[in-house]
Design a protein around this ligand. Structure first.
Ligand SMILES: [Zn+2]
Length: 347
């Protein structure tokens, strides 16, 4: 009798907990935990929803962990999911990189989570399946084991003993060609690299300078570069970003990175009340993202192999606008581009 009363109480308590956890879950749990916990994509049409840094993704496909000219890294993160156009581009790019002499292909870092959205660690963007990180280390001829893909350290392209300087022994012309190859596809909107790498390209790139404008300087990005593609056509819920400014970007916007301003510690107001950081919640994301979280899943096998991603290349032509190799080979005279002007505030 007593036991049954305890059981009844326990049952009531657990029902109460379930009720708390049920409808309230989305309101109390940070969005990064909800999306970080999704193991599989939705079984629906591919659609980026929202913006690169505030959104989610339906109908993602995964790049296979191994391809003829690529390997996906850090498999435990489960971030090799993207819009089919992104996956198609990566496959195409990996072949073009090999043709440029980039080892036996590319090592692919994070793309997005199975349903996109905010992540438990790393990355403000990568939320809609249109961003991908590529290592500045080529794929070795031998396939890396899953453990090696977890443990292999990143190699920085910078000489860390100096301020914002590319390591002369590590950075090669092939690195430059591979980055510019990525920038050359019409569907690529931006390629993010460290400011030191952008400056190196500004100082040395012999091809069309207009392509350089797509290569954007930003913190980090010294052991990998980041490829971002445009919103695909027919994706009304995808929020585009402002296009890059015309020109090569080897200007004030780059010189700023070589001032103290971007590296200075933020000034603290001693009178300011401490603000508790607020998590991004599901309600901060586009409304459709709640439906994306709740939608039925597609199997890993199906989402990796059943979609013919090359069909998506036809929708968005993946042929580069320029042949990087031909440009390099035909550039007989190196134009004197001069160094990037530094502004004054270096006391
Ligand atoms: Zn990235």
């Amino acid at each position: 009798m007593r036991t049954s009363r305890i059981l009844t109480r326990l049952l009531a308590a657990s029902l109460c907990l379930t009720a708390l956890a049920g409808p309230g879950l989305a309101e109390t749990t940070p969005a990064k935990e909800l999306f970080g916990g999704a193991k599989l994509p939705t079984r629906s049409q591919a659609a980026p929803i929202g913006s690169y840094a505030k959104g989610c993704m339906a109908g993602a496909v995964a790049i296979p962990t191994d391809g003829p000219t690529w390997q996906a890294m850090r498999l435990s993160r489960n971030r090799r999911w993207g819009n089919p156009q992104m996956i198609a581009l990566l496959e195409r790019f990996s072949q073009d990189a090999v043709n440029l002499g980039w080892g036996s292909g590319i090592l692919i870092g994070d793309i997005s989570q199975p349903r996109g959205g905010p992540m438990l660690f790393g990355h403000a963007s990568h939320q809609v399946g249109l961003d991908a990180d590529i290592w500045f280390t080529p794929k070795p001829a031998q396939a890396l084991s899953p453990q090696q893909r977890e443990d292999m350290p990143f190699t920085s392209m910078l000489d860390k003993s100096k301020f914002l300087t590319v390591h002369p022994g590590r950075w090669t012309n092939t690195h430059a060609r591979v980055v510019m190859q990525a920038a050359s596809y019409p569907q690529v909107e931006r390629v993010f690299v460290n400011p030191a790498i952008k400056k190196k390209l500004c100082d040395t790139w012999q091809g069309d300078r207009s392509l350089l404008g797509k290569v954007r300087p930003v913190y980090g990005h010294d052991e990998h570069f980041h490829i971002r593609i445009h919103c695909p056509q027919g994706a009304p819920n995808c929020k585009p970003q402002a296009p890059v400014a015309k020109g090569d970007g080897c200007d004030k916007s780059l010189a700023w990175w070589f001032t103290k301003e971007p590296w200075a510690k933020p000034k603290k107001d001693p009178d300011a009340k401490p603000v508790k950081p607020r998590h991004v919640m599901l309600s901060d994301l586009p409304k459709a993202c709640a439906a994306v979280l709740a939608a039925p899943a597609r199997s890993m096998e199906d989402a990796t192999f059943a979609t013919n991603v090359t069909a998506y290349s036809a929708a968005a032509p993946s042929a580069p606008v320029q042949n990087i190799e031909a440009i390099i080979n035909s550039a007989a005279v190196l134009p004197d581009l001069g160094p990037v002007p530094l502004p004054r505030p270096f006391p």
